[in-house]
Structures are given as structure tokens and as C-alpha cells.
Design a protein around this ligand. Structure first.
Ligand code: 5AD
Ligand code: SF4
Length: 461
């Protein structure tokens, strides 16, 4: 749908002499978070705008790009295994290989030593220079880099090839100015840069006109949003304006840092039905000692105050979080505090991870004292506990009716699947014509991670 209909218009890099890209193809694989997924949608748009055609396997591609993630060691290793496989490809000599994103920024030119067949290394803070870099590549340059973090630019493209037909990602802020001890993101994505509010709203209107009914505002820390235009809106003010965009059915946002999460955000959600009733508020640990060592800038009590504020909203708002187990120095008692916090909050969902030491982070100065086996044990205990909480919470929804956006058909059983405003997954039977529609579904059974329901006639809630 809309992503296929975009007009080419003024192409990025227009005016630069460049060889024809007619018939040239690209393969682009993405790892990591939604920010990365959306960056890839823009990179794909840029390439399509330059005349390249997307293909689904690296073998048939002239350009092979990997958009990489380095949040944990395992994620970072993936690209090197891909590059290893690529090295054996008989058509390698004719290909141009690019490593984009967080591993590119983190490893920089070392990637050329480790994988000499790589031609382009570019971190996300340099994506605004990609048109220029692609021109250099098209002119025959064999090594191209974009590694500066010193930028106040955001990555804007004329064309964005959005992957999902009904929900659109929209960046409002790039980079991160926090200094969480475990996290590579400030080193890989550069300083915070907010997009002007008028541009964000313009994009919202355009997306609605293109047929999208749900928009997800993106940023490493959306709460730090500071409108650079004279309007000077805070995140809550921007959110309220997005909630008033004509024709938009749903808007959500991710991700929030608890320190900058203020009651005005909850007020905005409360007063604008378009703003979804879901907040993702990563806590990381329930122990004050660990939070302080992680440099999270809030205590357990302060975090719980924010949760309280969300729970006291006029409508029920679901809450999800991220958790790390086995951070350096985390004792059994500290870990117990995370378990009691999870019990106390009663999260609707949670992503939990074993601590993974990352280059250039300040946690490297601490002794990684929790052994791998103990980390695995703690992760298992935490996930079991959270699963039980989710099962219990979801069971209370049986018999209730929710509006669900029918997003796609499941391959496994042919059922339609979609999300509620509270971001719960609901599966139900229905025809193809319902895709993209908002359907009332009564919940008939509940698992830990998804609900099953049946469609009800509109108005019979
Ligand atoms: N080790 C483990 N988990 C991490 N995260 C970020 N950095 C690390 C790390 N070094 C987790 C945090 C964050 C989520 C996106 O990934 O929980 O919120
Ligand atoms: Fe991975 Fe973080 Fe980079 Fe996203 S910002 S791709 S999670 S390292």
C-alpha cells in the first residue's frame, strides 16, 4: 500500500553526477531495535530513490547492507557471522558490502581489517551523509566511511519504504545523552537531536493521508524530546498534539527513561483517546544499590511513584519494562529486590536480559562478578515469575471486549492477529477483508503472551 505509492520527487543526492544504477539490486538485513528497523526503512527508501531494486537474498544483490545492533555481545557477533558466510560467495567480487548501525559505529575502521571485503562502514549519526557516501561508492571508491558522532543532524529521507502496512514508525528524537553504565547506545548513536515539532506533525498528517492509522513515535528516550523550533514543546505537549491529528486512530511511543517520565505524559494519555493506553518504562533493577551503580538516576521509590501516577490515570494503562540480571556486583539480595519489584508493579510484559559487558561503557570498570551460570539461573527465575504474573493478569481479561487492529494473518493457524491499544496480542478468526480494520473482539482464553478471542458485532460490548 502506501509505501509502494510514494512519488520519487527530488531524489537525495540529486545534482551529483553518478553512474546509472538501472537494474542494480540491494539486500538489506536489520538487527536490533525499532529505531534500527525504522532506519532501515529510510535507507531502503534512499536506495529505491536512487534506482536500486530490493531483493530478498544476498546472492542476487549488487549491494549487501547489514544494519547492525551491539546492545549485547551476542547481537554484535551476528554481523560477523553474516560477513563470514558472504566471504565464501562466488559473486563477492562484484558486490558492494556495507555495515551500518551500532556495530559499524562501535568497531569503526577495524571492520575493514577483520572483514576486508567490507566496503562501507557507517554509524547512524552519519546517515544524513549517506547520499554523498553512496555517490562515492557508485563512482568506484572501494572504502567509504561515516563515523563522526559530532552531529546535530537527523536522518531525513524523501522516501521511506515502510515495512508494515497499517502502523508507521516515526522518529521524534535521535541519540542519547544519558550515561547508563552498561549501555553502548550513547557511544553508537551519538548525542540527542530532536526533530522540530512542525515536521513531526506534518509527517503525521502525511502518514494518515497515505492510509496509516497507527503511528509509533520513536526515540532512545522520547521523554527528553525538546522541540528545537520556537514552539519549544516538551514531549507531553507534542504527544497531546499528535493525539489531536485528524484521522489518526492510535499513537504510541517508545522508549521512556523513568527519570524524565512526568505526570504530564499521563495527563496527555488520559485526555486523548488516540494515545494508546500503554507505557514502556524500563526499570532495569529493583535494588537501589544496583540502580545507583548502573547510574540510572532514580531510586526504586521514585520509580514506584511514577508507576503509581500511571496506575491512578483515568483509564487503565498497561505497563511493560526491561530488566537486567547479573549486573556487576548484583548480590542475591539485590536480585530478590528485582523480584519483589516485579511482583509489586505487576507488569503486563517484560523483556529481561543477562548483563553483557560492552566496549567503552563505564561498567567495564566494575568486576563482572556474577558468573554465567548464576546469570542464567537468575534470568530463569525472573522470567518464570513474570510469566506467572502475565498469565494471572491476562486471565482477568477473559469475557471482556477490546478493540483490536487486525494486522496480519498467522501462517501457523490462519487466524488474524493484532494488538489492543494496551499492546496485548489478540488472535481471532476472521476474513481477509478485516486486515487494517479495528475490530471488537471478546476474549475467550488467555496465555501468558497472547489472548484468543472472537469478533463481536460493533456496539455489542
Ligand atoms: N547487557 C544486557 N542488557 C542490556 N540492555 C542494554 N544494555 C545491556 C547490556 N550491556 C538492555 C536494557 C535496555 C534494553 C534495550 O536492553 O534492559 O533497556
Ligand atoms: Fe541495538 Fe541499541 Fe543500537 Fe538499537 S540503539 S540497534 S538496541 S545497540
Amino acid at each position: 500500500m502506501s509505501s509502494q505509492l510514494v512519488q520519487i520527487g527530488d531524489l537525495p543526492g540529486k545534482g551529483l553526477p553518478r553512474p546509472s544504477t538501472d537494474g542494480k539490486t540491494f539486500y538489506l538485513e536489520t538487527f536490533g531495535c525499532q529505531m534500527n528497523a525504522h532506519d532501515s526503512e529510510k535507507v531502503a527508501g534512499l536506495l529505491v530513490g536512487r534506482g536500486y531494486r530490493r531483493v530478498s537474498s544476498y546472492e542476487e544483490a549488487d549491494l549487501v547492507f547489514y544494519n547492525t545492533c551491539s546492545i549485547r555481545e551476542k547481537a554484535a557477533q551476528k554481523v560477523f557471522s553474516r560477513l563470514g558466510i558472504l566471504k565464501e560467495d562466488p559473486g563477492l567480487k562484484e558486490k558492494f558490502i556495507g555495515v551500518l548501525g551500532c556495530v559499524a559505529q562501535q568497531e569503526g575502521e577495524k571492520i575493514f581489517q577483520r572483514a576486508p571485503h567490507v566496503n562501507l562502514v557507517c554509524g547512524s549519526a552519519s546517515y544524513h551523509r549517506l547520499p554523498e557516501m553512496l555517490s562515492e561508492m557508485e563512482a568506484g571508491k572501494k572504502r567509504v566511511t561515516g563515523l563522526s558522532l559530532d552531529t546535530d543532524e537527523c536522518f531525513e529521507t524523501e522516501i521511506t519504504r515502510r515495512d508494515q502496512p497499517f502502523r508507521a514508525y516515526l522518529t521524534i528524537i535521535e541519540g542519547c545523552d544519558k550515561s547508563c553504565a552498561y549501555c553502548v547506545v550513547p557511544m553508537t548513536r551519538g548525542p540527542e537531536r530532536s526533530r522540530p515539532s512542525d515536521k513531526v506533525l506534518e509527517d503525521c498528517h502525511r502518514l494518515v493521508n497515505e492510509g496509516y492509522t497507527e503511528i509509533q513515535l520513536l526515540g532512545q528516550n522520547v521523554n527528553s524530546y525538546r522541540d528545537p523550533s520556537p514552539a519549544g514543546w516538551s514531549f507531553a505537549e507534542l504527544l497531546a498534539r499528535v493525539g489531536e491529528v485528524d484521522g489518526l486512530r492510535r499513537a504510541r511511543f517508545t522508549t521512556s527513561h523513568p527519570r524524565d517520565f512526568h505526570p504530564e505524559i499521563v495527563e496527555a494519555i488520559d485526555t486523548h483517546p488516540v494515545l494508546c493506553d500503554h507505557v514502556h518504562l524500563p526499570v532495569q533493577s529493583g535494588s537501589d544499590r544496583v540502580l545507583s551503580r548502573m547510574r540510572r538516576d532514580y531510586t526504586r521509590e521514585e520509580y514506584l511513584e511514577k508507576i503509581n501516577c500511571i496506575r491512578n490515570a483515568g483509564r487503565a494503562i498497561s505497563i511493560s519494562t526491561d530488566l537486567i540480571v547479573g549486573f556487576p556486583g548484583e548480590t542475591r539480595e539485590d536480585f530478590e529486590q528485582t523480584l519483589t519489584l516485579v511482583d509489586e508493579v505487576g507488569y503486563d510484559s517484560a523483556f529481561s536480559f543477562k548483563y553483557s559487558p560492552r566496549p567503552k561503557t563505564s561498567a567495564l570498570d566494575l568486576v563482572d562478578s556474577v558468573g554465567e551460570e548464576e546469570k542464567t539461573l537468575r534470568l530463569g527465575i525472573l522470567q518464570d515469575r513474570q510469566r506467572a504474573i502475565q498469565l494471572q493478569r491476562n486471565a482477568t481479561l477473559i469475557g471482556r471486549t477490546f478493540e483490536v487492529l487486525a494486522e496480519r494473518r498467522q501462517k501457523r493457524d490462519g487466524q488474524l492477529t493484532g494488538h489492543t491499544s494496551s499492546h496485548r496480542v489478540v488472535n481471532f478468526s476472521g476474513g481477509q477483508e478485516l486486515l487494517g480494520q479495528y475490530v471488537d473482539v471478546r476474549i475467550t482464553s488467555a496465555g501468558a503472551n497472547s489472548l484468543v478471542g472472537e469478533m463481536v458485532q460493533n456496539g455489542s460490548r
